[in-house]
Design a protein around this ligand. Sequence first.
Ligand code: ADP
Ligand code: MG
Length: 352
Amino acid sequence: MGWKRITALLLAALAGCGLTGCGGRMDPDEAQESIQVIAMDTAMVLTAYGEKSTRAVYDAEEEVRRLDALLSRTSGDSEISMLNDAGGEMVTVGEEVCGLIQTAGEFTEATGGTFDITIAPVVSAWGFTTDSYQVPDQETLRTLLEHVGMEHVHLSGGSARLDPGTMIDLGGIAKGYTADRVAEIFQEHGVPRGKVELGGNILVIGDKPDGTAWRVGVQDPKRPDEADGLVCVLDLTDAFAVTSGSYQRYFEQDGKRYHHIIDPATGCPADSGLTSVTVMADSTLGNGTMCDALSTALFVMGEDKALDFWRSGVYDFQLVLVTEDDRVVVTEGLKDDFAELEESGYTYEYVS
Ligand code: ADP
Ligand code: MG
């Protein structure tokens, strides 16, 4: 994986600076633009540096809004809603949505079905699409699960069809895909450095203006409302970091907590012993989508299976897992870029 290499390059760059006598802030006059956007049910912050930073962030905002309208399943006229409402009929969908459905299917295959966009009717039954939360009965879940599975999704040359009873929800991948698109737009505008936060999906480009890495905190799932309630801090350059956690969206009933990441095998909120999963990869285009799909999937898998999946090496990424029993499990590729937080109350384990 590229982390060691990135660190090495960074060190080399710093050493180079030392030789030529530069240091500290590279360009005190470097332009910067930062905007907040509320979209995709979350708060976003887009920050870019460089000459075209203003153009870059506003173009990115437009793209975020376009994708929100295209991929949402709660706005009635999105392609996804049309597909879900078609009652088994063929629907014309654009290349982009077709491509995303196809990509989602590849992750379903690769993750043993733990990531599955056809989980939509089950997510709805729990009330997560309408905010009128409820615990569905077993019989309801059993019936809904019959329609879950990518074999119920049919794509053919610009059209798509879902079997009756099947619906799709791109919520587990949409923000990651959006992060990829923002990365592309920033690249087109020659943005040398920047940071993009799409809820729990983070993209950092280059390093900070002072030449150090971007510091990205992993939220403590037990203290989601405290800005400094973190379990660790990561030093990242040119990277995606995506977190899925049971604290991000949930309701409580009879003293039990029900969150929004559903295990397609049971139709219930994944009860895997994890409270959050953060997936990191370098900022190669496509990795935003990958990190998002995998953060959801690995949350469902739980610690052991998630680490086996990481060790399989099928995808190039690193992991921070936070467990219910207060451990933070970190894959070895992150070791040099990872800071423990003494007061967090967690113990730290490094795995290879
Ligand atoms: P967030 O939306 O908080 O960033 P995730 O990326 O983990 O978190 O996505 C969770 C969303 O994905 C849920 O709100 C739901 O719409 C959908 N979802 C839930 N369970 C799954 C699953 N097993 N596979 C794919 N999508 C899922
Ligand atoms: Mg996800």
